[in-house]
Design a protein around this ligand. Structure first.
Ligand SMILES: CC(C)(COP(=O)(O)OP(=O)(O)OC[C@H]1O[C@@H](n2cnc3c(N)ncnc32)[C@H](O)[C@@H]1OP(=O)(O)O)[C@@H](O)C(=O)NCCC(=O)NCCS
Length: 148
């Protein structure tokens, strides 16, 4: 048995109490794009609009993984799947993703999307290995709604 397998990994829905550790994890994880949408007030609104859908993993009280999940009534969306480096390849991200899929299914959502940086080969491998399908026929376009 690997040493990590004996670790007590707890997963539970994310709350704003997790935010300080979560934002530190996102800011220090290559492959995660942090923006103004991640400010505390925006995050509180996201969690409130999508109750019980975003999850964190903890080991010994320390946050080691996160995933944000929400839906707009039609499709589900995941953001900020991140696992602290030392705790990778232990199935934490898979467990977090499965928790999101269960929550979306329960809400009657039939499909979920995730945006991944094209250069993030590790992230893309993770999604593909866990059953996600790359949509080569689609390209993301964005439109800012604020000045500057
Ligand atoms: C991507 C990430 C979240 C995966 O977390 P993780 O907890 O290590 O993933 P899991 O242990 O659940 O991996 C499940 C399976 O996915 C695949 N996988 C995971 N990471 C992989 C990698 N870097 N390269 C290739 N395959 C990978 C493997 O098949 C793995 O199963 P195995 O360990 O039995 O081979 C983590 O590497 C990370 O935080 N990366 C930086 C942030 C990021 O890129 N996030 C995703 C983009 S939004």
């Amino acid at each position: 048995m690997k040493a990590q397998e004996s670790m007590d990994i707890e997963t539970r829905p994310m709350t704003m109490e997790d935010y300080p550790q979560a934002i530190r994890l996102w800011e220090s994880t290559p492959g995660i794009g942090v923006s103004s949408a991640d400010q505390a007030d925006k995050m509180a609104r996201f969690l409130e609009r999508n109750p019980g859908m975003s999850f964190i993993a903890r080991v010994g009280g320390r946050l080691v993984g996160t995933v944000l999940c929400g839906h707009d009534g039609r499709r589900g969306y995941l953001y900020h799947m991140a696992v602290r480096e030392k705790y990778r390849r232990m199935g934490i991200a898979m467990k977090l993703g499965e928790a999101c899929m269960a929550a979306l299914r329960k809400a009657g959502i039939e499909k979920c999307h995730i945006l991944v940086y094209s250069a993030n080969s590790g992230g893309l491998s993770f999604w593909k290995e866990t059953g996600w399908i790359q949509r080569d026929e689609l390209t993301i376009l964005s439109h800012p709604l604020t000045e500057g």
